[in-house]
Every structure is written in structure tokens, then in C-alpha cells.
Design a protein around this ligand. Structure first.
Ligand code: HEM
Length: 467
């Protein structure tokens, strides 16, 4: 007997969903509407053994209800419990995502204050130095993996963000953060048994936890003049060591992989649009990157918005009802898994006409609500690092586009996958040639499943001047 109300239409076909999640949801939504059951009595994303079933929800009003009421629609239980990790390692991932009520509100206020570009932007010079170092080894005649290059670049930025100019002190710690993140993602991913052993995961977690704690203590004893970067700022806040360590770990995870994936998608789209690359380069050179001017790079802004609309790294979001809850007149039992799909929400023709087309200039007028366009989430758990993330992405793009012309090495089929984030399945191989020497050189065409998700053809001929 299903615990989910009979009034909700059913589309319970795990196999089709898992084979082609985006296509399946799009097809089912057009057949059944904005609310349907995807699975009975078992979870798909959250792994809660007491799950009442999975419902998929569309429509701005329903999204508002789900995302605004963070008490009734809670975040899924952390994978740490299923992985039977010791308490200090469960703590490592206990940041805002897993907080509620007063705790969530007060910690969110602190993080929001620390993560304003104003506070962190005193480090702009060290961020630019990190970008310089990242591109140091790039060779114009050597094809490189775009995602791998963006991961290394994002790590450099995260290091600079975390430790300011004193980056060397953080090198070992960052290597530990990265190692633990990769092992934990592998261990908590759905699918066949993980290749990561429990002992290996715990050893990496314990080493990281020890280093984070000793760094917090060192920061707390250092004179405030010697403190630089987000890590030291966090250590100066009135929080327990456990809390600082958790926020620090989650801030690292959030400022590396999602930034790398966003940059990869944006640059991959731009490889197909040489005229747009030239317009962007012109804008970047005309309007200096000084903080006061940054927001005047409007074409860059439009390109980032549009790329995050069509290829959002957070293609899915999940909640679990903590109690029996009403959603648009339907009563969901406690333990219902609620799945939202920003990827498809962003393709609503009523909000974004010609929704499959990459049209950056639509952002000169588009004004979607936070529940119609949500690459950084919306409501109570929306991304507290949004402003910093956008700033890092734009800083990196400005730096790269000004110096390089990045093009696909040859015609390539690029596929995608969901590995927590929505990201390329295979490495797009690119050439990064010096910008002004590259004009007119041959470039490869994007083909395959990612190309099928977007209509790039109609963008040709749109220039910055026509905004
Ligand atoms: C391109 C980069 C980023 C993307 C696409 C992104 C996306 C998101 C999304 C979609 C959510 C909401 C998740 C949900 O409601 O289920 C979120 C929450 C969050 N993000 Fe980000 N994020 C990015 C960068 C960052 C950065 C740089 C930081 C911090 C340094 C950060 C910290 C957080 C935190 C702490 C939350 C949880 C907020 C809460 O629960 O109140 N994110 N992010």
C-alpha cells in the first residue's frame, strides 16, 4: 500500500528515470503535469530507509513552498550516517545544509557577512596571482582536458580565498581537504559497491580533522593583523571548534568543484561561439576589473547567467518532509522525498522564450523570480556563497578570455552525468591559444549528448553593441 496520496498521478519507472533522468522528467511532466510520484516506498536520492516515496515537483508556487519552509521540507539525512563514520567525521559535513531553526539563522548571518566580496576582496591581488600560476603551464599547441584544467584553477582560487597571501601554510591542508572530498564523494555515490574502503575513508578524514583543528588553534592565537583569508576570519568568530571545522570543510567543497564545473560549461559553450568570445574580450579590455567597474561588464554577466540557466551544476535538488505536510492542497506524509529539477525549471518557455537556445542577450530584459531561475538555489537554504562564487567565476573568465582563445581541439562528442553535480562525463579537449594570435584558426565542433541539450545555432551574429 502506498503511503503517498492516491490523488497524485504515478510515473513509477525507475529504470527509465535512471537511464535518461532529464528526458524522462521532461516527458512525464508534459504528460502528467507539475506533480507526480516517481517511486513508491523507497528513496531515489536520499537513501532514507523510512522513505514514504518520491514525488517530483514543478511550478514556481510549489517550489516556493518547498524551498521556503526549511523546517517541514528538510535537507536529506547526511550520507555520513549510512557510512557509519565516527562523530568527528560526521561533524565535518555539518554546515548550514544540516542546520535548522535558530542555529541555522545565526550561523547563516555569520557566513553571509564573511562571504561578502567586500570582506574577501582585499585579497584580489592574491586571487589574480593564483590565476597566473594556474595558466603557467598551458601550451598553445598542446590539447588539455578542460574540466581538469578548471579543477586545478578552482583549487588555486580556493587556496587563495582560504589563506590570503599566506598560501604556503595551507598547501598540505588543501591537499587533505581535496583527498577527503574525493574519497567521500566516491563512497557516498549511488550505484555499485564503492571502490573506497571504510578504513581508507576514515584515515583520510581523521588526518584532515586533526589538521583543521590545529589550524583553527593556530589562527586563534595569531595576532589579528597576521590573519588573512576566509579560514582565519572564520576562526575569529564566536563559534565552537567543531562548527568552524565543519564550515571550513564545506566552504572548501563549495568553492572548488561547483566553480570548476561552472567554468567548464561556460567555456565549453564559448568554444562554439568565436564572435561572442571576441565581443567578451573587447568588453573585458575596455572596462577595467577594478571592483567598482566589475559589474559594468554586462555581456560577461549575461553569458554567465545564460550558461548557468542551460547547464546548471545543481541540476537536481532534494528535500525530505520532516512531518506530514500540505503541498498545494495535497497531503504528503512524513519521510516523502521531494525532487526538484532546476535544469528543467530553467527551460520553461513561458519564462524563457526559445528556452533551449543559448541567448545571453535575453538577460538584458529577463527578470525571472527566484523560483524560476535558481542555479544557486532559493529560499532558506539558498547559496550563501553566491556573490563570492559569481565573483570568482567572472574573475577567472575575465583573466582567461583576455589572454587566451579557448577552442575545442577537434570535433568531439561530449556526454554528461550526475555525480552529485551535473558535469561532463568525458573530458572536453581544448587548445588555449594566445588570444590575438588565434583569430581564424580551425576549431572543433561540439557534438553528442551535451550539444543535443542546447540550441547554439541562433546565437551567431549577436554582439555586445546590440544589448
Ligand atoms: C558556482 C558555484 C556554486 C554553486 C553553483 C552553488 C550552488 C548552491 C546551491 C544550488 C545551493 C542550495 C542547495 C539546496 O538548496 O539544496 C547552495 C547552498 C550553499 N552553498 Fe553554494 N554554490 C556555489 C558556490 C558556493 C561557495 C563558493 C560557497 C562558500 C564558500 C557556498 C556555500 C554554500 C552553503 C554553505 C550552502 C548552504 C546554505 C544553507 O543551507 O543555508 N557555495 N549552493
Amino acid at each position: 500500500v502506498s503511503a503517498l496520496p492516491a490523488a497524485i498521478l504515478r510515473a513509477c519507472d525507475d529504470r527509465s528515470f535512471l537511464a535518461e533522468p532529464l528526458e524522462f522528467l521532461e516527458r512525464t511532466r508534459s504528460r502528467l503535469g507539475d506533480l507526480f510520484v516517481l517511486r513508491e516506498a523507497a528513496p531515489l536520492f536520499s537513501r532514507d530507509p523510512d522513505c514514504a516515496g518520491v514525488v517530483v515537483v514543478f511550478g514556481a508556487d510549489r517550489l516556493r513552498t518547498v524551498l521556503s519552509d526549511i523546517e517541514a521540507f528538510g535537507m536529506p539525512v547526511s550520507a555520513a550516517h549510512r557510512l557509519t563514520l565516527p562523530a568527528n567525521l560526521v561533524n565535518l559535513n555539518r554546515s548550514l545544509h544540516s542546520m535548522r531553526g535558530q542555529d541555522h539563522a545565526s550561523h547563516r548571518r555569520i557566513l553571509a557577512r564573511l562571504l561578502t566580496p567586500g570582506e574577501l576582496w582585499q585579497q584580489e591581488a592574491s586571487l589574480c596571482a593564483a590565476l597566473e600560476r594556474s595558466v603557467d603551464g598551458w601550451r598553445p599547441d598542446k590539447a588539455m582536458g578542460l574540466l581538469e584544467a578548471m579543477r586545478s584553477l578552482a583549487e588555486g582560487l580556493a587556496c587563495s580565498l582560504s589563506f590570503g597571501a599566506q598560501q604556503r601554510t595551507g598547501d598540505r591542508l588543501l591537499a587533505q581537504l581535496q583527498a577527503y572530498f574525493l574519497l567521500r564523494r566516491e563512497a557516498s555515490s549511488p550505484g555499485p559497491a564503492s571502490p573506497v574502503s571504510h578504513a581508507e575513508l576514515v584515515a583520510a578524514g581523521e588526518a584532515l580533522d586533526r589538521s583543521l583543528r590545529s589550524y583553527v588553534r593556530a589562527c586563534r592565537h595569531a595576532p589579528s593583523s597576521a590573519r588573512a583569508g576566509l579560514f582565519a576570519l572564520l576562526a575569529g568568530e564566536a563559534m565552537t571548534e567543531d562548527e568552524i571545522v565543519a564550515h571550513r570543510n564545506v566552504a572548501y567543497i563549495s568553492s572548488t568543484e561547483p566553480i570548476a564545473v561552472s567554468l567548464t560549461w561556460i567555456l565549453l559553450l564559448l568554444t562554439q561561439l568565436p564572435a561572442l568570445r571576441a565581443d567578451l574580450r573587447r568588453e573585458i579590455r575596455q572596462i577595467s576589473a577594478a571592483a567598482v567597474n566589475f559589474d559594468r561588464r554586462r555581456l560577461l554577466d549575461h553569458v554567465v547567467n545564460e550558461a548557468l540557466r542551460l547547464l546548471p551544476p545543481n541540476a537536481f535538488m532534494v528535500r525530505t518532509t520532516t512531518r506530514a505536510t500540505s503541498l498545494a492542497g495535497v497531503q504528503l506524509p512524513a519521510g516523502s522525498e521531494v525532487v526538484l529539477c532546476p535544469f528543467l525549471v530553467h527551460r520553461d518557455e513561458a519564462v524563457f522564450p526559445r528556452a533551449r537556445s543559448f541567448l545571453p542577450l535575453r538577460w538584458a530584459r529577463a527578470n525571472p523570480s527566484p523560483f524560476e531561475y535558481l542555479p544557486f538555489g532559493a529560499g532558506g537554504h539558498s547559496c550563501v556563497g553566491r556573490a563570492v562564487a559569481l565573483r570568482l567565476i567572472k574573475l577567472a573568465l575575465s583573466h582567461l578570455l583576455e589572454r587566451f582563445d579557448i577552442a575545442l581541439a577537434d570535433d568531439q562528442a561530449v556526454d554528461w552525468r550526475l555525480h552529485i553535480l551535473f558535469l561532463p562525463r568525458n573530458e572536453p579537449l581544448v587548445y588555449a591559444r594566445p588570444a590575438d594570435a588565434a583569430i581564424g584558426l580551425e576549431a572543433g565542433e561540439l557534438k553528442g549528448p551535451v550539444a543535443d541539450l542546447i540550441d547554439l545555432g541562433k546565437t551567431a551574429g549577436l554582439t555586445a553593441e546590440s544589448i
